[in-house]
Each structure stands twice: as structure tokens, then as C-alpha cells.
Design a protein around this ligand. Structure first.
Ligand SMILES: *Cc1c(COP(=O)(O)O)cnc(C)c1O
Length: 462
């Protein structure tokens, strides 16, 4: 039987051809073997699907050029920049907050040489890495003291371990949250060595509920920011002020896990439910935990801020050492925090805040420009459309930011296939599918990214 697949050479035969030997010198034999296998397998799949599909000429120049391209593609770094056209500014899958240039400069300086990470330059003695950002954090939040660990999940675990292990943590049933990545508050409390005492109901918890639950073993009253969901309707929670008075009267610590934790008020942009760290501490909360790479706009980090005596009880806990922040993140965090002080304006200097604050008209102008560019340079059809963008990162799930995007269609191509092609571009373009069309939201896209989006679409058509 003269099956077309019989005309495909064995891997070994391709490898012995002279151009393959050159490739093995330029790259490595293992990579060439891998590329040849993949190319032959692709041809087999194509012929099985359609017996009349053309077979590659496995001795031709084009075939070996294709092998080289495959090897180069496989050699690309796995972690690559992507264009975020999802309309979600802080997207955990896309690396959360982009850093400001000032933060990058600080990382470069700290990374290339040595730094006084744990050296007190005045005394010449061992210093604390926490001290490098503590003053700034206190200045920006009004806290008496602060510590930094590698993320907010660690900040919660360290805090509860140090304050409540062997005792009880009281939390409202309406605040037993799960954050993405299986961070479940009841499990975290158990991991900390404390026992969870649930009070109230899903929608209503009163001060009396907390009061009645307090016993000899109680150590902490825990509030958690219900950052990724909302219960609406018939609801009630005690104020922070009331909880803090109760905690003080009964000699307990009031801890609040804020998650995102903003340092500036976002209400002028319509985002009214994200509490400002300073306000929470002023309301009497003893200790707050929040992320460095959510609305703060810095590197991955977990910040613990609050009363000096309470922070003092955390110092020296072994988990603090196990979850300590590295020098690169610390450098980026310090530089980011400085952007919140005059003469800087955080809404101009911190990228996530800049994206939150950008006027809808500006975003619309970018969408219109992209629409024109796509029309002029590709086969795709594009249309500017109003959209809803989100702060993301588990913050403000119900509050959207007015935004604008471009709906892209490619005649004869399904939206799923178009999305896949855009993800395969270099850099990959990540949009979403809305009402059966690919939508590219412009709120988290930079002007400089537009040409790359256009060439991704042009390639997708080809
Ligand atoms: C995001 C979030 C966390 C976890 O923060 P990471 O920095 O990702 O560890 C914890 N609590 C809340 C309320 C959050 O929103």
C-alpha cells in the first residue's frame, strides 16, 4: 500500500543530513532531535486528517529553516512579557502590578552589587531588613510600627501564629473568605495553630455576637476584607471602632486582613469600597495585613502594620524568617513607597494608580487609534466600544471603571481561534471573549503596545 506517510523519512535519516549536523553544532543535538520529531509528527497529524495534505520536503532548505525556528521558539524564556488587554488592571495570572521605572532602577542597583540589607551603616552592626521600609510605611499609614514578609498570605499566617497559636481566633461567618490559590481563612487559622471560633451568620454579625463568644482562650478578633465577593441586601457588621473598643476592653488584639490595601483614596474614580490603610488604623484596628503588588502597585510583598507592642510580639517568630522578603522585592517596595511622597504624585508615578486614574476619554482615544491602525494594516475588522474595566487582584469586584476597547473579528475565524493566535504572538496579547467576539480592553494597555497588537493581528490572519 502506498500510504503517503510512508514518504516521511525516519528521524534518524533527517538527523544525518548535513544541514541537521550544522544545526546540532549551532544548538545541541537534543534540541534538533526534538525539533525533527515535532516537525514529522505535525506532518503525520496533517496527513491523517487529510490524506491529500502536502508532505514537507524533508531535505529542502525550508524544512531546516523551520527546524531552526522551532528550536529558537523553544529557547525563548518561559516567563515573558504579555500585553494585558483584559481590562483587569491587577491580574494575578499576568503578574499583578507592573513596577514603576524608579522601582526597577532600585532593583537593578540592589541586584548588581552588595547592599546594606542587614547592616546598620551608622553602628556597623547587624541591622534589620524591616527597618529599611518601616519608617516610610509608618509615615504613609500612620502606623507605629511595620514589618514586611514575602506576601499577604504569609503576613496573615505569621500574625495569627504569633498572636493566637494555642488560643482562639474569633471571626464572622460572613468574612471566612477564600482568596485565589486556595488561601482559605479557616485553613490559615488552623495552620497558625489557633482554633477558629465562628460568630454571627453569613449576612449579619453583631457586636454582641463577638462579645458573647469571647472566652478565656480568645486571643484575636479577626476581620477580613471580603475583597472578591459581596453580600448585598439584609446585612450587618459592627464598626471597626466598636470592635476595637471591645478588643481593648477584653485585652484582645483586633487584626484586619485587608488584602489589597490602598494608601490613597480611590473614591474620586468611583471605587468607594476599598478602605485606605491609614483610616483603618485610625479606627482602632491594632494590626493590618496587605499586599505589596495589588493596589499599592509595588512588588510581591506582605505588609504588616500597626501598634508597636503588637508588632513587637511578631518579631523573632520563626515564620518571619521562613517567609522573609528578598532584597530585590525590598528595593522595589522602598522605591514604590517613595512615589507616594511629594514631590511625586502617586496617580502619575505608580503604574496601577495611573491606570485606575486615567480619564475615560484618554482610553477611548487609544481604542480609536488601535481601531484605525487595525483597519489600515490588517484583514481583521475592528470597532471601538465602551467597556467595563476592573481594578482586579481580588479588590472591588462590584465596582467597574468606565473603559473602552476594540472588538476584533476576523472573517472565517472563530473568536476562540483568534484568541489562541493572539496568545501565540510575540509578545502574546491577552484579551477576553465577550458576546462571541474578541474584545481588547485598552485600560491596561500602553500606547507603545499598539503596534505590537496590530502585528499580532496581522500574523493571526496569515
Ligand atoms: C489578595 C488577598 C490576600 C493574599 O495576598 P497575597 O499577597 O496574594 O498573598 C489575602 N487576603 C485578602 C483579603 C486578599 O484580597
Amino acid at each position: 500500500m502506498n500510504h503517503p506517510l510512508r514518504h516521511l523519512p525516519p528521524v534518524q535519516a533527517v538527523l544525518e543530513a548535513r544541514p541537521a549536523l550544522w544545526l546540532a553544532q549551532r544548538f545541541s543535538r537534543a534540541e534538533v532531535v526534538e525539533a525533527v520529531r515535532a516537525a514529522l509528527e505535525e506532518a503525520r497529524v496533517a496527513v491523517r486528517a487529510d490524506p491529500d495534505a502536502p508532505l514537507p520536503d524533508c531535505s529542502g532548505e525550508a524544512f531546516f529553516e523551520d527546524l531552526a525556528a522551532r528550536i529558537l521558539a523553544a529557547r525563548r524564556p518561559r516567563l515573558r512579557p504579555v500585553i494585558n488587554a483584559t481590562g483587569i488592571i491587577i491580574h494575578t495570572n499576568l503578574g499583578r502590578a507592573p513596577l514603576a521605572p524608579e522601582a526597577l532602577d532600585a532593583v537593578r542597583e540592589a541586584a548588581c552589587g552588595y547592599a546594606n540589607l542587614e547592616l546598620d551603616l551608622e553602628t556597623g552592626k547587624r541591622g534589620s531588613r524591616h527597618a529599611l521600609v518601616e519608617t516610610l510605611l509608618c509615615e504613609l499609614t500612620g502606623a507605629e510600627a511595620a514589618l514586611v514578609v514575602n506576601n499577604c498570605a504569609a503576613a496573615v499566617l505569621v500574625s495569627l501564629s504569633a498572636l493566637a497559636a494555642g488560643g482562639e481566633v474569633i471571626a464572622s461567618r460572613g468574612e471566612l473568605i477564600e482568596i485565589g490559590g486556595a488561601f482559605r481563612m479557616p485553613d490559615v487559622i488552623t495552620q497558625s495553630g489557633a482554633t477558629l471560633r465562628e460568630v454571627g451568620t453569613t449576612n449579619k454579625t453583631t457586636l454582641a455576637d463577638y462579645d458573647r463568644a469571647i472566652g478565656a482562650e480568645t486571643r484575636v478578633l479577626l476581620k477580613s476584607h471580603t475583597s472578591n465577593f459581596r453580600i448585598v441586601g439584609f446585612t450587618e457588621v459592627p464598626t471597626r471602632k466598636a470592635l476595637s473598643v471591645l478588643a481593648r476592653d477584653r485585652d484582645l488584639v483586633l487584626v484586619e486582613d485587608l488584602g489589597s490595601g490602598v494608601l490613597v483614596d480611590l473614591a474620586p474614580f468611583g471605587l468607594v469600597d476599598e478602605p485606605v490603610v491609614g483610616d483603618i488604623l485610625r479606627a482602632g484596628v491594632d494590626l493590618v495585613t496587605f499586599s505589596g503588588d495589588k493596589l499599592l502597585g509595588g512588588p510581591q510583598a506582605g505588609i504588616i502594620a500597626g501598634r508597636r507592642t503588637v508588632i513587637g510580639r511578631l518579631k523573632g517568630h520563626p515564620l518571619l524568617r521562613a517567609m522573609r522578603i528578598d532584597k530585590l522585592s525590598l528595593a522595589a517596595l522602598e522605591a514604590t513607597l517613595r512615589l507616594y511622597r511629594a514631590p511625586h504624585d502617586p496617580f502619575k508615578a505608580v503604574p496601577v494608580l495611573k491606570m485606575v486614574a486615567e480619564a475615560p476619554d484618554n482610553v477611548q482615544a487609544r481604542a480609536a487609534r488601535l481601531t484605525r491602525m487595525i483597519g489600515a494594516k490588517t484583514q481583521a475588522e475592528a470597532q471601538t466600544t465602551p467597556t467595563k474595566a476592573f481594578a482586579g487582584g481580588g479588590s472591588l469586584p462590584q465596582q467597574d471603571l468606565p473603559s473602552h476597547g476594540v472588538v476584533v473579528t476576523q472573517p472565517g475565524v472563530s473568536p476562540e481561534a483568534l484568541s489562541t493566535a493572539l496568545r501565540a504572538a510575540d509578545p502574546p496579547v491577552i484579551g477576553r471573549i465577550v458576546d462571541g467576539c474578541v474584545l481588547l480592553d485598552m485600560r491596561a494597555v500602553a500606547d507603545e503596545d499598539l503596534p505590537a497588537i496590530v502585528s499580532a493581528l496581522a500574523k493571526a490572519a496569515a
